[in-house]
Design a protein around this ligand. Structure first.
Ligand SMILES: *Cc1c(COP(=O)(O)O)cnc(C)c1O
Length: 413
């Protein structure tokens, strides 16, 4: 075990001996890049020409009026290429991969969003790319697998264990151990062994840096509260880092309440009391686990928040109370999304809609002088199957049935 990358008791790097030189190399490359203003300039240039940085801030004019309290602003990470903040992290790691002289990237993916972002980066940089995905998820997430393969990535369906995200992570580490000379593991969130939590948060800090300046320019002051959904914690860390030193700004992280407190079917590691501190997947944090340290099953309507662990940096900020954690349940989340679509014409991803749900709950209790800011971490195009099912839209059902019939009759082939 290496003695770096701790945030009070959380974090660390619990890695096999054989990977120590690779982690040392990565940490050195990261620290040198961080010290080199030319690296960040290249990153910003890439993000402004390939993605959509700086992403704007949008005021929710209709809902601010209707809810009757604070003015609600939204940071538009949905406008990024591939539809979410994930590309911020992935493109940064792509530049770092190039800097280390490596030619191949691997990644884990659950719902497939991080897989698509990584395959995109690999296509752009000309890297070979392998994506590990639980076999269950491969079956459920065909549209994302389709794009990964179109972009030249090899998608490996992992048939170990529960055939989901955690098994994909284990396989990715196994690959890295055998191929570390030419391969970088582009981990997808602010979790895992040091330096990943810190490094991913650094790339995502572009969100908070922009947002702070934009709120000052737009409203002449800082927001009273900022909201972000929390899966692994990368979009939250990105937004929060911009306001970390502003004592007057309350930071609110919103986790997946799933079917609610006490049901055992959620992914609220910090907002509820079900999670305990442990070491797994190479780092120490709060995990949803049983007494023997077996990881529990999680549930959320949004695939991207459905993770057993959480960023060790956020566990630390939970204990120091710098960040307040709440959870929004599935029904509240779908309702908040529908409200946002209907009243503002914005289509927040189900993940992001957790932050919207909590903000809508709190906005009416604030005064007209308050501004609050929600991170719209992504857009919901990917969620159309889930949302249409959740609201039981009959025309969608008819469309799917007809499509399937067409395939059976060979019409679409
Ligand atoms: C993946 C994803 C998340 C969750 O990841 P974090 O690392 O917690 O940010 C949130 N929102 C969207 C749109 C995502 O795709």
């Amino acid at each position: 075990m290496r003695n770096t990358g701790y945030y009070s008791q959380f974090g660390g790097a619990f890695i096999p001996e054989i990977l120590v030189p690779t982690f040392d190399e990565l940490e050195t490359a990261y620290l040198q890049a961080k010290d080199d203003p030319a690296f960040w300039a290249e990153y910003l240039e890439l993000m402004s020409t390939y993605s959509c940085r700086a992403t704007p801030i949008t005021r929710l004019d209709n809902l601010s009026e209707e809810l009757g309290g604070a003015s609600i602003y939204v940071k538009r990470e949905d406008l990024n290429h591939t539809g979410a903040h994930k590309v911020n992290n992935v493109m940064g790691q792509g530049l770092l991969t190039k800097r280390m002289g490596k030619t191949r990237v691997i990644a884990e993916t659950g719902a497939g969003q991080h897989g698509v972002a990584t395959a995109t980066m690999a296509a752009k940089f000309g890297f070979d790319c392998t994506i590990y995905m639980g076999a269950h998820d491969v079956a459920r997430q065909r549209p994302n697998v389709f794009w990964m393969e179109q972009m030249g990535a090899e998608v490996i369906a992992v048939t170990e264990g529960s055939q989901t995200l955690k098994d994909a992570i284990n396989e990715a580490f196994r690959d890295w151990v055998t191929n570390m000379d030419n391969t970088h593991y582009a981990l997808g969130t602010a979790c895992g062994p040091h330096p990943f939590p810190e490094m991913v948060s650094w790339f995502q800090s572009v969100i908070g840096t922009e947002a702070r300046a934009q709120m000052l320019e737009r409203t002449g002051k800082l927001p009273s509260k900022v909201y972000a959904c929390v899966g692994g914690g990368s979009n939250a860390m990105g937004l929060f880092s911009g306001f970390m030193d502003d004592d007057g700004v309350e930071l609110v992280g919103v986790e997946a309440g799933g079917r609610g407190r006490g049901t055992g079917q959620h992914a609220a590691r910090l907002a509820y009391d079900d999670a305990t501190i442990g070491v797994a997947q190479g780092y120490k944090t709060f995990f949803l686990q049983d007494r023997d340290g077996q990881m529990q099953d999680t549930h959320s309507v949004s695939a991207g928040l459905d993770y057993v662990g959480v960023s060790p940096i956020l566990s630390h900020l939970h204990e120091t109370k710098r960040v307040r954690f709440e959870a929004a349940n599935d029904n509240e989340v779908v309702a908040a999304m529908q409200t946002t679509v209907r009243r503002e014409g914005l289509i927040p991803a189900l993940e992001s809609s957790h932050a919207f749900a909590q903000a809508y709950l709190e906005a009416p209790k604030l005064s007209k002088d308050d501004n609050i800011l929600i991170n719209m971490s992504g857009r919901a195009d990917k969620d159309i199957f889930t949302v249409a099912d959740a609201i039981e839209d009959p025309k969608w059902r008819e469309f799917i049935i007809n499509k399937a019939k067409g395939y059976q009759q060979g019409i679409n082939q």
